[in-house]
Design a binder for this molecule. Structure first.
Ligand SMILES: Nc1ncnc2c1ncn2[C@@H]1O[C@H](COP(=O)(O)OP(=O)(O)O)[C@@H](O)[C@H]1O
Ligand SMILES: [Mg+2]
Length: 365
């Protein structure tokens, strides 16, 4: 869908931002360009919509050389999202999103209707439509930026560090939202970040660049963590890559065991073992330590906070984290509705990793 053929960019001051490189981005996937600041990511990305022209080489979009396209028309088929969202400060949210459909020749009313559909698509309540960008949180502004980029329903989406300026919790929500959206929309997304965790989470393929504009590795995230091409990539992907690679190992074969449970609001006699407290809907609320005496009904105040929960059938990283973070050493497994299924231990997870390793005939890292 997007193809860089031997593209190179040297700025007028002599800086070579991108060394001659070739890369092809498959249609309907999220491809990530990752690397430290100044390694040429933005330069490379902007060559796609002709905000920057290469010094040599060719960029194809949908099989066509972008030089043959009228820039304004080309950009209508390419959504563009940047850090801080880049919203028009003096236009309300709805009009920010409606800008592109209006440019496309739709009536103002129709453009607004489309804009309000898009707000819903990116998970924003309709009543935010009348606010101005400055009246939104950073995360909300980014969602508006995404909605605006999607307004013309472009097949290609360029995202340049769109989530870098928001705090980590919000960022994680935005990443999940992008994955969900992509499931639904099937765009060709080229995503730039300097954050390797974000890259391996979002990318079906990840291109690692290093200073000077060199492409050092282009691979699926799992392969990147398993076999970094050189010392630069090894350092860049970080020390705990073995652990992080568990994000790509599915938890098939994990067999949660039952544990003693108590219900919040019930009367419970003391026992010399950890018991998991559930609410009336079967959702975990915390742990009751061995030997706890409860006068009257069990309240949440008497519980020790639980660790992270592992949702069944999601990757093993979450399972190991659940076991390691639980005060009882027992990781709690829940189903898709958040209801208690059983518990696992770290040993149990490590045993499964070992099984996977033997089945693959290779090491995990
Ligand atoms: N307009 C420009 N003129 C001269 N040098 C530039 C220009 N834009 C970017 N650069 C330089 O090109 C290199 C790559 O920049 P950029 O593509 O913005 O990197 P990244 O997005 O990875 O941080 C940097 O050394 C930067 O200073
Ligand atoms: Mg940049």
């Amino acid at each position: 869908m997007i193809e860089f053929q031997a593209v190179r960019k040297q700025y007028d001051n002599g800086t070579v931002a991108v060394q001659e490189l070739s890369l092809s981005v498959e249609a309907g996937t999220i491809t990530v360009l990752v690397g430290p600041s100044g390694c040429g990511k933005t330069t490379l990305m902007r060559m796609v919509n002709r905000m920057i022209e290469p010094s040599s080489g060719t960029v194809l979009v949908g099989g066509e050389d972008v030089r043959r396209r009228d820039p304004a028309q080309l950009r209508r088929g390419i959504g563009y999202v940047i850090q801080q969202a880049g919203l028009f400060p003096h236009r309300n949210v709805l009009d920010n999103v409606a800008t592109v459909p209006v440019l496309d020749g739709r009536s103002k009313q129709e453009a607004r209707r489309r804009a309000s559909e898009l707000l819903e698509l990116v998970g924003l309540p309709q009543e935010l439509g009348n606010r101005y960008p400055a009246q939104l949180s950073g995360g909300q502004q980014q969602r508006v930026g995404v909605a605006r980029a999607l307004a013309a329903d472009p097949p290609v989406l360029l995202m340049d560090e769109p989530f870098s300026a928001v705090d980590p919790v919000v960022r994680e929500g935005l990443q999940d939202e992008l994955l969900r959206l992509q499931d639904e929309l099937d765009k060709t997304v080229l995503f730039v970040t300097h954050d390797i965790d974000e890259a391996v989470k979002l990318g079906e393929k990840v291109a690692v660049l290093r200073q000077g504009g060199y492409l050092v590795q282009y691979a699926a995230p799992d392969d990147l963590l398993a076999e970094p091409a050189d010392d630069f990539v090894t350092t860049f992907v970080g020390k705990d890559r073995g652990y992080r690679r568990l994000s790509f190992v599915d938890s098939h074969g994990l067999d949660p065991k039952p544990v003693a449970t108590v219900e919040v609001g019930a009367r419970v006699a003391p026992e010399q073992r950890w018991r998991l407290a559930l609410d009336g809907d079967g959702r975990p609320r915390g742990w009751l330590p061995p030997g706890s005496t409860v006068d009257g009904e069990l309240t949440e105040a008497q519980l020790v906070a639980g660790g992270s929960l592992h949702t069944r059938h999601t990757p093993l990283r979450g399972a190991l984290d659940a076991a390691l973070s639980a005060p009882s050493g027992l990781g709690v497994v829940v189903d898709g509705d958040g209801q208690y299924v059983g518990v696992i231990t770290a040993d149990h997870v490590l045993g499964l990793i070992e099984q996977h390793r033997r089945a693959d005939g290779e090491g995990l890292t």
